[in-house]
Design a protein around this ligand. Structure first.
Ligand code: ATP
Ligand code: MG
Length: 352
């Protein structure tokens, strides 16, 4: 049984339709990430589950109960926000104990739960401090601790790492992943950062304009994107797209030949199955799937080289002015203005 189920969920703000016909099942213990560009409806969808916004239509179940009429406190959820929202005048202990006090737990039960959560988060030594005496990462850990003590059916996170600097963001991301393994709690996590989505999720939900574009494991979405949007959104650097025309297609519509302004390619997997021979298509090739090859069909002149140490990213321009990128772990002996030629792995390319 699904731990969280959304059926035909819609949300309007006034006349603006921000969540459109969302159907989703989240299993017990699963780590699900809602990802998509700013304004696509990630927070709204999370807030509908939390009960901070009211549905316009549809149903939501948590642990087999319809929860639409329940207030947030009765839904079996605990939420962690981007702004930690700690009480500045209370110690870490009392911040974490606050909701348990409200719920009328005994002093000993509260102390037990708070100590256990502090131990899990390795911050027992911070329990007597006030938030002002903590770093950003430590404050976010308190906010996570405050969620843990409630022992919820579902954890909800809305961009919890956005206020942290890059190093701390990485560190806290790893901690959240470990914590999830340890607690095995169902988690829904909102981010616009595709790296967070790829590294944390068991299941990614890609949203665009309030519509679910694809649901699947990180590798399913990376290897078999259902559309150009998902293909372009996941992966860094972004997938290259070359415009052209479909010159022939197999009877079962699974593969097709492509002719672009600069080069042709045969037998590429066809994602947009509704397309017919002669129609305009885009050939998508990830920067990592190009390889330097003096006999390769793709030619480009180098416009930028980024040497990242672990990876070199080269930006190029084809003769017909299509920009594309090549990424390689090697430290290339190439310079701005050089011409380079590439072949690519046909089996990893897609036509949209
Ligand atoms: N209270 C509100 N009243 C009216 N419109 C709203 C309200 N809250 C959100 N919206 C609109 O709904 C859409 C979705 O907003 P939402 O906050 O869910 O996006 P998001 O994906 O979380 O974006 P971000 O990554 O910037 O946080 C946006 O167009 C936003 O302007
Ligand atoms: Mg948001």
């Amino acid at each position: 049984m699904a731990q969280v189920a959304l059926r035909d969920v819609n949300k309007f703000f006034g006349t603006t339709h921000v969540i459109r016909d969302v159907d989703l099942e989240i299993n017990k213990g699963e780590f699900v990430v809602f990802v998509g560009p700013s304004g696509c409806g990630k927070s709204t969808l999370l807030r509908l589950i939390a009960g901070l916004e009211k549905l316009t239509s549809g149903e939501i179940e948590i642990a087999d109960r319809a929860i639409m009429d329940l207030p947030p406190s009765k839904r079996g959820i605990a939420m962690v926000f981007q702004s930690y929202a700690l009480y500045p005048h209370m110690t870490v202990f009392h911040n974490m104990a606050f909701s348990l006090n409200l719920q009328g737990f005994s002093k000993s039960e509260i102390a037990e739960r708070v100590t256990a959560a502090a131990k899990t988060l390795q911050m027992e030594h911070l329990l007597d401090r006030r938030p002002a005496a903590l770093s950003g990462g430590q404050r976010q850990r308190v906010a996570i601790g405050r969620a843990i003590v409630r022992n919820p059916d579902v954890f909800l996170f809305d961009e919890p790492l956005s206020n942290l600097d890059a190093a701390l963001r990485h560190e806290t991301r790893v901690e959240i992943a470990k914590l999830h393994k340890q607690l095995d709690a169902t988690t829904i996590y909102v981010t616009h950062d595709q790296v967070e989505a790829m590294t944390l999720a068991d299941k990614i939900v890609v949203l665009k304009d309030g519509v679910v574009m694809q649901v699947g494991s990180p590798m399913e979405l990376f290897n078999n994107p259902a559309n150009e949007f998902v293909a372009g959104f996941l992966g860094s650097p972004k997938m290259n797209f070359f415009e052209g025309e479909m010159t022939s297609v197999t009877v079962d519509n699974t593969a097709a030949d492509f002719r672009g302004a600069d080069f042709s390619a045969g037998n590429v997997s066809l994602v947009s199955k509704e397309k017919a021979k002669g129609e305009k298509v885009k050939l998508g090739i990830r920067p990592q799937h190009l390889r330097l090859d003096p006999k390769g069909e793709i030619t480009g002149s180098i416009t930028l080289i980024e040497r990242l140490g672990t990876e070199t990213v080269v930006e190029l321009m084809t003769p017909s002015n299509t920009q594309f990128r090549f990424a390689t772990p090697e430290q290339l002996d190439l310079e701005l203005g050089d011409n380079a030629q590439f072949s690519f792995d046909q089996t990893k390319a897609h036509l949209f």
